[in-house]
Design a binder for this molecule. Structure first.
Ligand SMILES: [Zn+2]
Length: 108
């Protein structure tokens, strides 16, 4: 399994306006101000990639993005529905949220 490699860069701006994070497997880019919820959301996408492979995931995502509004894209529906649930991700991925100094600050 590759990564995920968490990239936290002040200068990084995800290509879509208004987004604080983006998962481009095996990288997860996070902009300053991200929270545990946003980090978990992106890690859910990492998990989705691991389940079906990156080619199938991104191809499906792109096709879905042509068919649906952003929040109705099935991969996003799953990520938004579970981004607040610390029990959703495999422990190995949730552990990254717990260990992240910036994400940890926003854990309740
Ligand atoms: Zn998402």
């Amino acid at each position: 399994m590759l990564g995920p490699y968490i990239v936290r860069k002040r200068w990084f701006t995800p290509p879509v306006k208004g987004f604080t994070g983006i998962a481009l497997y095996p990288f997860v880019f996070l902009r300053r101000g991200y929270s545990a919820t946003i980090m978990r959301h992106e890690l859910i996408h990492v998990w989705q990639v691991r389940k079906v492979g990156w080619l199938r995931f991104y191809l499906t995502y792109l096709l879905d993005a042509c068919k649906y509004e952003y929040r109705a894209i099935p991969a996003e529906v799953e990520a938004y529905a579970n981004q607040h649930d610390p029990a959703y991700l495999p422990a190995e991925l949730e552990k990254l949220v717990r260990a992240d100094p910036d994400a940890r600050g926003s854990l309740t």
